[in-house]
Design a protein around this ligand. Structure first.
Ligand code: SF4
Ligand code: SF4
Length: 188
């Protein structure tokens, strides 16, 4: 549940999110199809439809600290299910962007760390590289040796690859990251 704190103190996030995402939040009629399909909705304290409703009701920066903002896997199921064609995943992206830009408090746990580790490997290798991501994540948690007993079995089953992925256009991916960082300023 989201408590809207600063409704009287400002315009809320709605217009900023609409500008970044290109989404018209007002057309959401709360059917909750986005929430029922969200793979992380059951794990998070917040559902995508609640985010939409809160934005509509004038929520401010308190929304940026919602756990779903960081747990969202960008799978786009919500966008695909919405009968109004609302790109809910783009709203989630916009919330994450504003959360970083405005230095919003991070939710408990290591979700932001996981996000950073994932993006860093994509920036470095041009694609996702699980071992690089796991190593960066575990270094960040300070628990490098946790769960290492699972590693040989995952390797044997081909669930993770030892070497970084080949192919892809690394330079283009790097350029995209550079552009995003420049557009967002030093906090990105
Ligand atoms: S599926 Fe679309 S219309 Fe329904 S609650 Fe989610 S965003 Fe709103
Ligand atoms: S994009 Fe995010 S909010 Fe939407 S269904 Fe996937 S995990 Fe849930």
């Amino acid at each position: 549940m989201i408590t809207i704190k600063n409704k009287k103190n400002g315009p809320g996030l709605k217009s900023a999110i609409e500008e970044i995402s290109g989404v018209d939040i007002s057309v959401c009629f709360q059917c909750k199809k986005c929430s029922s399909g969200c793979p992380v909705g059951k794990l998070a304290k917040t559902r995508p439809s609640e985010i939409m409703r809160s934005l509509h009701l004038g929520a401010g920066d308190e929304l940026l600290a919602s756990d779903l903002v960081w747990m969202c896997a960008s799978c786009e199921t919500c966008s695909a299910r919405c009968p109004m064609g609302i790109d809910v995943a783009a709203v989630m992206d916009a919330l994450r962007r504003l959360a970083i830009e405005r230095g919003a408090p991070k939710p408990e746990g290591n979700v932001p760390l996981f996000n950073r580790a994932f993006l860093k490997t994509v920036e470095t290798f041009g694609r996702s590289y699980e071992i690089g991501m796991i190593t960066a994540y575990k270094l960040g948690t300070g628990k490098l040796m946790n769960d290492t007993e699972k590693f040989p079995a995952m390797l044997k089953k081909g669930k993770i690859a030892l070497l970084p992925p080949k192919g892809g256009d690394k330079q283009t991916v790097k350029r995209i990251f550079k552009k995003i960082k420049e557009s967002r300023g030093p906090k990105a």
